[in-house]
Design a binder for this molecule. Structure first.
Ligand SMILES: [Fe+2]
Length: 294
């Protein structure tokens, strides 16, 4: 015979359920605001390609992205991040855009350059524009902060990284797809086709076009890995130009060429000061020369 549920025990169960729901909701709220935003996941990723000269074997590249200083991410946190990057002893440092959330409104702007200047990489520091670097009248501010800090800003431009043995790779930077003026024809005009070509593009979805221009590897940010992910459903919001590719590694190919894309989840937050199932990330890449005959 089914057990009769008394009114009192039913009410008790209902109150328990309500308390658990409110409690876990509050817990998730604080976790997403105060805990996950302060985490840092260091992802290690090998870049192996036949066009990488053997002299570059073991060359370490650190990519950081989307700090969005001034929204939720503080200058103190930024200082610790920069010390962390230096402790990884990178050969090359890459920043893939969105330094400040609103460049013209960020009052601690003057403190950025002395901190960024302390970053050290023997083969150079390179960066590109993100949409937030152009927004808020930021284009000039961003350019001056980055150049003062020893970064070369690649805006539809490329740079040859050359070793003493004269072997080289190319690092190519395309302007932001949302608020800049990306131009692959100008950018690729002086890039030799027989060298390893690594593209920096804030917007990951540019990869479909980059493949047609013979790019071998692309590093991007912009998506924040969704920033807030719902279990089994994925990212809550995917911004324009990060709708197709929003986190991690992708392989693209057409009849003539193949491209590998890595989308970094970034460091800070925008719009909502939360991260859930999308921890802040630094990526450490290691170049490997792949035998052409293997
Ligand atoms: Fe961003």
């Amino acid at each position: 015979m089914p057990k009769k549920v008394s009114r009192r025990s039913f009410l008790k169960k209902l109150i328990q359920f309500a308390l658990i729901s409110v409690g876990s909701g509050t817990g998730i709220y604080y976790y997403a605001r105060d805990i996950e935003t302060k985490m840092l996941k260091i992802t290690e990723q090998k870049i192996a390609h036949p066009l990488i000269p053997s002299g570059f074997n073991g060359c370490k590249i650190v990519q950081f992205s989307d700090t969005h200083l001034g929204f939720q991410y503080t200058i103190k946190q930024f200082e610790r991040l920069i010390a962390k990057i230096n402790s990884l002893s990178p050969d090359i440092i890459l920043f893939t855009g969105d330094l400040m959330d609103e460049p013209n409104k960020y009052e601690e702007r003057v403190q950025i350059s002395p901190i960024l200047s302390s970053l050290s990489a023997p083969l150079g520091k390179y960066c590109i524009y993100g949409n937030h670097d152009h927004g808020g009248y930021g284009s000039e501010l961003y350019h001056s902060i980055m150049t003062q800090s020893g970064f070369q800003v690649l805006k539809n431009d490329s740079v040859t990284i050359e070793l003493n043995d004269e072997s080289s790779i190319q690092i190519i930077g395309i302007d932001d797809a949302m608020l800049g003026k990306p131009n692959f024809d100008t950018t690729m005009a002086n890039v030799p086709s027989d060298t390893f070509k690594m593209l920096l593009s804030h917007a990951p979805d540019i990869a479909d076009l980059a493949l047609k221009y013979g790019i071998d590897w692309q590093l991007s940010g912009h998506s924040h890995g969704g920033q807030i992910k719902i279990p089994f459903a994925g990212a809550l919001v995917t911004p324009p130009y990060a709708e197709k590719y929003n986190e991690g590694l992708y392989h693209l190919e057409n009849q003539n060429h193949s491209l590998t894309l890595y989308v970094n989840r970034g460091i800070g937050t925008t719009r909502l000061p939360f991260r859930f199932l999308s921890q802040p990330e630094l990526t450490v890449f290691q170049l490997t020369s792949e035998d052409k005959l293997s």
